[in-house]
Design a binder for this molecule. Structure first.
Ligand code: ZN
Length: 327
């Protein structure tokens, strides 16, 4: 993707409203597109592409910046673009009888630094040759240029809403852009935290800010490794030599052998990220808590063998996750 949403200050606000009375089995997707001043953007191209297979749905915004599409259930990639603006891509899932409405603010091409460069890349996207325009790292540190995360709740319960507020507060209080590989978060009190297909957290850490933050970083770091499958596999291979036999299953290991090796990488990256965000003392406390809680052998091992596992990450260029850098 040329105009990376980590570098473009595209603000995406999602709201789901009650189903309308239309007889169609397809669900209504309403998209409103405007610029940062609030002026509507007519003739913006809205494209909804099925993730599996099938034809893309497209529509253009009208004079009021609105576009309407009617979609069958499924998983899609939604993209919105208009000449002279950064564009936005995001995952979209149409389920059941729920209509959806998106308001999208596209920054203009004149935004400074990385956004402008990313926009230039986007405008030339149809000729793929210009992908990969170098962007200096120093100019990518502004949080204002990053797309925010969207935090939803699975059941809208009081505990889920409290955890959502807690996580929003924590994200606002820390500069987490480096580890923000996915921007869709769901709080689900009935779920064990997991990273895919949507980063999902549970509600057990309402009185434990550091543990909630650490879990959030853990799941984000799964997305980092998923983006580097060959390197991750090679690093796991190295770990099999260091640790020929690993536990499987709760409470010491992960669900299978591969996942236990994978978690040595994820949990070390989590420890590393925690050190930056929480400092050494609180990181030690959080890691000790996990070492007595779940993946116990994995966490005990990353505490004890931090340098060794860090070396494995380094060998495969996985030691510096940074969502702000181009792929
Ligand atoms: Zn995990």
């Amino acid at each position: 993707m040329a105009c990376n949403h980590f570098r473009c200050s595209v603000v995406l606000v999602v709201s789901v409203f009650s189903l309308n009375a239309q007889p169609e089995s397809n669900r209504h997707l309403a998209v409103h597109v405007s610029d940062p001043s609030g002026a509507v953007i007519p003739k913006a191209m809205v494209e909804v592409e099925p993730l599996a297979h099938g034809t893309a749905f497209t529509a253009q915004t009208d004079d009021r910046g609105n576009a309407d599409l009617y979609l069958p259930s499924g998983k899609y990639q939604l993209s919105i673009r208009s000449p002279g603006f950064c564009f936005k891509k995001r995952a979209l899932e149409v389920v059941g009888a729920t209509d959806q409405s998106f308001s999208v603010v596209l920054p203009v091409d004149s935004c400074p630094g990385p956004c402008q460069m990313a926009c230039i890349t986007v405008q030339a996207e149809s000729s793929t040759a210009t992908r990969g325009i170098p962007i200096s790292n120093s100019s990518l540190s502004s949080r204002a240029l990053e797309s925010p995360v969207t935090i939803g709740t699975a059941h809208n319960s009081a505990t889920e809403l409290a955890t959502k507020t807690q996580l929003e507060r924590l994200i606002a209080a820390h500069d987490l852009g480096q580890w923000t590989f996915t921007h869709e978060i769901v709080i689900d009190e009935k779920s064990i935290p997991h990273s895919h297909p949507v980063l999902t957290l549970h509600t057990r850490h309402q009185k434990q800010d550091d543990e909630l933050l650490s879990t959030y970083l853990h799941e984000q770091l799964h997305w980092f490794l998923t983006g580097h499958p060959a390197e991750t596999r090679a690093a796991e291979q190295d770990l099999t030599k260091l640790y020929p036999s690993v536990p499987i299953g709760y409470p010491d290991g992960a669900k299978d052998t591969e996942s236990t090796y994978l978690h040595l990488l994820v949990c070390q990256l989590e420890q590393q990220a925690d050190r930056v965000v929480l400092g050494d003392k609180r990181t030690t406390e959080v890691m000790q808590f996990w070492a007595g809680d779940h993946y116990r052998w994995v966490y005990r091992t990353v505490i004890q063998d931090e340098a060794k596992i860090e070396d494995v990450l380094k060998r495969h260029h996985l030691d510096t996750p940074n969502a702000r850098l181009p792929d």
